[in-house]
Design a protein. Structure first.
Length: 365
């Protein structure tokens, strides 16, 4: 049996009629940018996360850019960013002329290491960016306590963990602002590009709403140098429908992960250690193995799809050569980059496909 790494068509086909009929409403209302369908989504997201303000924008990268602009990050500032993340986390400080200061991940949870984070703080540190990678919430207790001790705000990059909880609250409600991505392949994916920022701070929310719309509250009165980061009405409409399914999809991802964790007996692989006080929403199911090439060959022969998240850590990306990091600076992130394999993980996987992945891993010697 062939098991794809990911198949977005299954979910899309299932929702096609409903989403297309809402798209007709968008057309009939010519509500193409911002407007009632985006506002409906913002209201639903506020309820879902239990936050005061959701600011819908045109992608997750811009949500982070908007957040850091609103927080006043400027040239010369240092912003702490995990070395093990999708590189977009680092773009926002770079866009603003600030320096991303990369910090290694913990060797077991693969999220930012709180001890190394504290060591990276200098008088220039103006912000900590906490990423909940692969769907698993980072060690928020430790991160928040370091941040509070040094009076540094935290922005959560929640692009991969929307819907995950930490203690009694949702991830994305601990930092002063959190951001998410609705890139089509995310747990909650748009039918195009989209993202959002969240906050309980009314002043920051007002500033972000202005900044996303050319810096104005009142049309043609531009109080700030703003951007055009408005969300398309079509994405608001699609995401409003899809948000109602998110918890069910997360449960299915957790079921698949539970089967992988309990039924895969191979001693050649290691997985992401669970974070205390939290349950991953398994955007990705990443493992590491010392025998990566042999495992990939075995998966190929057995027709099981795979991917890599991520093959190069941020500090070794060409874009950041000018920061003079070198191999060996972030041993845990580098180990992960060199040994990671992502297994198929999407809610529409059939029970047979899940079993086929498990059988494949169990026959790997
Ligand atoms: C951790 C992380 N941050 C930021 C982004 C950027 O989001 P987008 O692709 O919507 O710009 C993504 C996803 O692509 C991501 O996974």
């Amino acid at each position: 049996m062939k098991v794809p790494f990911f198949d977005l068509k299954r979910q899309t086909q299932g929702l096609k009629k409903e989403v297309l009929s809402k798209f007709e409403e968008v057309v009939d209302n010519t509500a193409f940018t911002g407007g009632p369908f985006v506002e409906e989504l913002e209201g639903k997201l506020q309820t879902y996360l239990n936050v005061d303000h959701a600011i819908a924008v045109n992608n997750g990268t811009n949500a982070l850019y908007l957040a850091l602009t609103a927080l006043g990050i400027k040239p010369g500032d240092e912003v702490i960013v995990p070395a093990n993340t999708f590189v977009a986390t680092a773009w926002a400080p770079s866009y603003l002329g600030a320096t991303p200061v990369f910090v290694d991940c913990d060797e077991n949870t693969w999220n930012i290491c709180p001890q190394k984070l504290e060591k990276a703080i200098t008088p220039k540190t103006k912000l900590i960016m906490a990423v909940h990678l692969y769907g698993q919430v980072a060690d928020l207790d430790s991160i928040m306590s370091v941040a509070n001790k040094h009076h540094i705000p935290v922005v959560e990059d929640n692009a991969q963990a929307l819907g995950a909880s930490y203690k009694d609250r949702k991830a994305g409600t601990y930092g002063v602002i959190s951001c998410t991505s609705f890139y089509p392949g995310k747990n909650l994916g748009a039918w195009g590009e989209a993202g959002a920022a969240f906050t309980n701070d009314e002043g920051l929310a007002a500033k972000m709403r202005m900044l996303r719309n050319h810096g104005c509250e009142q049309r043609y009165h531009h109080d700030l140098v703003g951007y055009n980061m408005r969300m398309s009405g079509f994405q608001g409409a699609a995401l409003s429908i899809k948000l109602d399914h998110l918890n069910g999809w997360i449960q299915r991802r957790q079921h698949i992960a539970k089967r992988y964790r309990s039924e895969i007996k191979s001693t050649h692989i290691k997985w992401q250690q669970a974070q205390e006080h939290s349950d991953s929403v398994y955007h990705l199911f990443v493992i590491t193995t010392e025998n990566k090439e042999a495992l990939l060959e075995h998966m190929k022969v057995n027709d099981v799809g795979y991917a890599f998240h991520y093959p190069i850590p941020c500090h070794l990306q060409k874009a950041y050569h000018f920061l003079n990091y070198k191999a060996g600076d972030m041993p845990n992130s580098e180990y992960l980059a060199n040994h990671c394999v992502s297994l198929p993980m999407f809610p529409e996987m059939t029970d047979e496909e899940i079993s086929a992945v498990i059988d494949c891993l169990n026959t790997f010697q």
